[in-house]
Design a protein around this ligand. Sequence first.
Ligand code: SF4
Ligand code: SF4
Length: 282
Amino acid sequence: MIVAVASGKGGTGKTTVSVNLARVLGSEVRLLDCDVEEPNAHLFLNGSMIKEETITIPIPQVDESLCDGCAECGKFCQYHAIVTFGTAPLVFPEMCHGCGGCTMVCPQKAIREIDKRIGVVETLQAGNITLIQGRLDVGSAMAPPLIRAVKACLKNGLPAILDAPPGTSCPVIATIRETDFVLLVTEPTPFGLHDLKIAADMVRELGIPFGVVVNRVGIGDDRVHVYCKEKNISVILEIPDDRRIAEAYSRGELIVESLPEYRGLFLSLIEKTINLHNVQVG
Ligand code: SF4
Ligand code: SF4
């Protein structure tokens, strides 16, 4: 089963849920840190690096001696990464998503592709957890292709947990697409509720079964719970607002190791996730 952990906004405890869930699973599991602009799951795991792979995307290079300025490439590119003014086109590599479309549509075969580095995929081993994290190069804006490279490391049949970037934009979609279940982590505050609504709409639109984890229960109000009840969304875990959790987090420690009384909570999350997935897929 592949479970994505996402949240409408940053700082809700998404990584806390991901790493503790992976650890408490006990058996071999892949943890994919898809927050490629700021991967931080490794801070809690003390893993040893076993592999590093450079990731590139193919970007167009135009042979001006073959180009007749027909502009077909510019018409095709929805990212405006290649533009023509009746002459050989200009390419803006930082905007190119490496889709290969302009090369395909060029009638003169004037475009060839060259590799442009966007980041690395690192693999670390930490006990039962194989952590695979993407690390986007500074200045690169191409998170989705790097996330797809991280997800290419999923292994058939092995359980996997995907720590998504915050928000509801393209990198999040790239992360949660084709997963079996999404855990939406939120806080019981007006901001948490606002972003949960957007995230829930996004996951519904993609047709992926999901449930909600409410972190820091005890702060804020009950509007997140009321909303979930109204919309028939299951709240499958509540993590209390416990100062010791925040202290463990600030020391880079796992809750299930420094506060073993919380192991049961995360073990129950595994069971409830599987049950809810089975109910929602019928
Ligand atoms: S490869 Fe795709 S994104 Fe890049 S310039 Fe060509 S059409 Fe645009
Ligand atoms: S499609 Fe090919 S021939 Fe036409 S402008 Fe682009 S590079 Fe030149």
